[in-house]
Design a protein around this ligand. Structure first.
Ligand SMILES: Nc1ncnc2c1ncn2[C@@H]1O[C@H](COP(=O)(O)OP(=O)(O)OP(=O)(O)O)[C@@H](O)[C@H]1O
Length: 771
């Protein structure tokens, strides 16, 4: 029943006009594929061509797994999720209303309408004439328009917190941002481009404003780091600053600061086991650099403690006991889950100014902005308000889970400003009517706290060479085709059996894994045939992702002790947006509980090498390459020239694929380096340096899950993406590693695709969406 109900709702939603976020968020690029499209991709619905209710539901569900769905559905699903997620803290207004109507009816609630309705319905049947005359009477005395639950709550909010009325008029009347160029800061050795000088001027003005910071959201590779360093140099007496960045970007930050300030700013990397515990060492430090994982870890140890023989020990966090002048979050979307420990860890840092840097501040949902707004402390957007009295608070304080610690009113009577004035109406109305107003509200807010420029807008300043994206299409050889077909038939058979038994949803994770296998075969059959099996020879020494069956990249662990690549489990959990209550562990099927931003589990480098697929295969004897690998080899051969080295980056989401490619390329005479998740920041930095500085090193193999963001790899001008990723923005980010300032050669991005496999369908649908 529930499923049917859901299906009906969804089909209703599909009729709604699709919502295009990108209109308002520039290149927010929330491009998902339609669920009809998804069925086209996977084609595993009932074999007779008719679509059962359940198959429809599941194809829709699976569509969400791979983010292939209708945009209007997306809106519903995404926002619904937000309200689900915020169930405890940010209540649904309609819920509040529902409860209120029952608990304490007021004038509006017990209006004529409510009482008359059943009676008038009855009369409609029995006394048509009388009913008509009454209608005429009514027409003479028109009723005042009904106040919607939303309006009622808004009124109550305004009654109890009058200043809230002025928030949006204030934002609307704020001076419009006018690009003004700042002076090049003294001591900054890199000459800022015109738009970067404008950026610096905005950063300085913004710090002086009531917001004390904001979001610098220039497109990737336009120099957000440089502009921030310029801000640091603009007034060096304002210190210390804390930069929180992903591990992969940490050393890059240090290098850029040192290179471009001629050593004027003293840096300290707070990372690794040997980091100091003596705050005195930070006395002369201008910029402290750390990672999200370290910050989360020290926060956790301070708040929750850790186990020792003597019991739980709590350790004060050095970073949380310092007073910073400013905190800068690089790749700030790392805190988009506001309930994660990482978000809590950054929110509790003591600082005067707060900055978020991100080329993609909005990856999936508008709700993701909330976590950034909370960090930035943008009032009243980050606050909770009581609709019954003047109580307001930055924290959600309900010790007994029922009544507010401050005012005693119940949970339902509290709401969050951002949620009420932006999310709720978009959830209910899309961008029509009140939804449009909420959309405008978000735009007003962003206009005041965010600066975003795109490469296209600033093409003249940047002088970037063109970027060409092509798809190279190949066909399976006979052997691969047989294998693929048999796997495909197996999946189809299993799927149909699940449909018949009515247990498709229970086998969701199973299907997810099987489809990953189809994608792995398109790379090389050995990824499936020779994968590390549970309990197998290497199972103890390596961490295997329980979703992709590959060596886990940035492995993280669920409460039920199962381990996954961070990106795999993230995609998996995001696919349950509509029904988070059904989110179960793909291994043991109990309700899944996992902190997606927890620090990655440590992997022994030696174990990592020992278990490489290359060590498991007989590479010298009978090993056969694959269509995909040979296509890459051919492309790389074609790039060879006598006069110069053309460097390439090869991305794959499967580390085993990178191992095979590495082995094959070495045999073909290519010098390669490889970046993988298990490397320390120093190892990563040395590997990047080796590639950039060594002319003979032609190919850089990068795990999409580990190195898709925050890398500067301008020495290369060719990018090969070996396997399409469900979320196209992850692929675009990889291309931006080379198409950035400092690139003078035309950039070519080649996506390798096996035409007669699931890959061609994914690419087809991604292209369809981009038109
Ligand atoms: N004005 C400039 N002159 C020369 N090089 C520059 C300038 N601005 C930035 N760069 C270089 O361009 C590259 C990209 O800059 P940066 O890393 O700051 O971009 P970003 O916007 O932070 O990128 P991402 O979002 O990918 O992290 C860097 O190598 C940087 O040194």
């Amino acid at each position: 029943m529930v499923e049917d109900g859901r299906r009906i709702r969804r089909s209703g939603q599909r009729r709604r006009k699709p919502i295009n976020y990108s209109e308002s968020f520039d290149e927010a690029d929330v491009r998902n594929l339609q669920d009809e499209d998804y069925r086209e991709v996977v084609q595993i619905d009932s074999s007779d061509g008719t679509e059962s209710d359940e198959s429809h539901l599941v194809s829709t569900k699976l569509g969400q797994v791979f983010e292939i769905k209708d945009e209007s559905d997306k809106e519903q699903v995404e926002i619904k999720d937000e309200s689900d997620k915020e169930q405890m803290e940010i209540r649904d207004e309609s819920d509040i209303e529902h409860v209120k109507i029952k608990q304490e009816p007021d004038e509006a609630d017990v209006g004529e309408d409510d009482d008359d309705e059943p009676l008038s319905k009855k009369r409609k049947k029995r006394e048509p004439t009388k009913r008509k005359s009454r209608a005429t009477k009514k027409a003479k005395t028109p009723k005042p328009p009904k106040v919607t639950p939303y309006e009622r709550n808004t009124n109550r909010l305004f009654e109890n917190h009058p200043y809230l009325k002025d928030v949006f008029p204030f934002l609307a009347n704020a001076p419009v941002y006018k690009p003004i160029r700042a002076e090049q800061p003294e001591g900054l050795t890199i000459k800022l481009l015109p738009f970067q000088l404008e950026g610096l001027s905005w950063l300085v003005t913004q710090e002086k404003s009531i917001y004390g910071g904001g979001v610098l959201a220039d497109e990737m590779g336009m120099g957000k780091t440089i502009q921030t360093i310029a801000l640091l140099m603009n007034d060096t007496s304002k210190r210390p600053s804390l930069v929180v960045a992903p591990t992969v970007a940490l050393i890059q930050w240090k290098n850029e600061i040192e290179q471009h300030t001629a050593g004027k700013l003293k840096t300290y990397i707070f990372h690794g086991a040997n980091r100091t515990s003596n705050v005195g060492e930070f006395k002369d430090v201008d910029v402290l650099l750390t990672t999200y994982s370290v910050l989360e870890s020290v926060f956790r140890k301070q708040v929750y403690g850790f186990k020792r023989k003597t019991g739980v020990v709590k350790e004060p966090s050095l970073l949380h006991n310092m007073n910073f002048y400013r905190v800068i979050l690089d790749e700030a979307h790392n805190i988009k889950d506001r309930q994660s420990n990482t978000a809590k860890a950054v929110n509790t840092i003591k600082t005067e100014k707060r900055w978020c840097l991100s080329g993609t501040p909005l990856q999936n949902r508008i709700g993701e902005m909330y976590s950034l707004i909370r960090f930035l402390n943008i009032n009243p957007f980050s606050k909770y308000f009581c609709t019954k009295c003047d109580c307001e608070s930055s924290e959600w304080k309900f010790t007994d889970h029922m009544h507010c610690d401050l005012c005693g009113h119940v949970v339902m009577q509290h709401t969050n400003f951002f949620n009420h004035f932006t999310l709720k109406n978009i959830q209910k109305h899309g961008i029509e009517g009140p939804g449009k107003e909420s959309f405008n509200n978000i735009q007003l807010l962003l206009k005041n706290i965010m600066l975003r420029r795109t490469k296209v807008e600033r093409a003249d300043d940047l002088g970037l060479p063109p970027r060409i994206v092509t798809v190279r299409r190949d066909y399976f050889n006979e052997e691969e085709k047989d294998l693929y077909q048999s796997l495909y038939s197996d999946i189809k058979r299993k799927y149909n059996a699940y449909v018949e038994e009515g247990v498709v949803l229970n086998n969701y994770a199973n299907l997810f894994t099987l489809i990953t296998r189809m994608r792995q075969i398109a790379d090389h059959p050995d990824l499936v045939l020779k994968r590390v099996k549970n309990g197998g020879e290497y199972a103890d020494s390596v961490i295997v992702c329980q979703l992709c069956d590959d060596e886990a990249e940035e492995p993280i662990e669920s409460k039920c002790h199962h381990k996954f690549c961070r990106l795999c489990i993230k995609e998996y959990t995001e696919s349950f947006l509509e029904e988070s209550s059904k989110l179960t562990c793909p291994v043991c099927h109990i309700a899944l509980s996992i902190d997606l931003s927890q620090p990655a589990l440590e992997v022994e480098e030696q174990a990592f090498q020992k278990q490489s697929i290359v060590n498991r295969l007989n590479m010298k004897g009978t090993w056969r390459s694959s269509t995909k690998i040979e296509a890459l080899v051919e492309e790389l051969y074609n790039l060879r020239s006598d006069s110069r080295t053309i460097k390439s980056i090869v991305f794959s989401q499967f580390t085993s694929m990178l191992d095979l490619v590495e082995w094959r390329l070495k045999r073909a005479g290519f010098q390669t380096v490889k970046l993988q998740g298990s490397m320390t920041p120093t190892q990563r930095d040395e590997t990047i340096k080796y590639f950039m500085e060594n002319t003979h090193c032609e190919v850089f193999l990068v795990s999409l899950k580990a190195g898709g963001v925050a890398l500067n790899l301008c020495e290369a001008s060719q990018v090969f993406i070996l396997d399409p990723w469900w979320n196209p923005s992850v692929e675009w980010q990889s291309g931006d590693r080379v198409h950035r300032i400092g690139q003078y050669r035309p950039v070519k991005i080649t996506r390798l695709c096996i035409e007669d496999s699931i890959e061609s369908r994914i690419i087809e649908l991604q292209e369809k969406k981009q038109i």
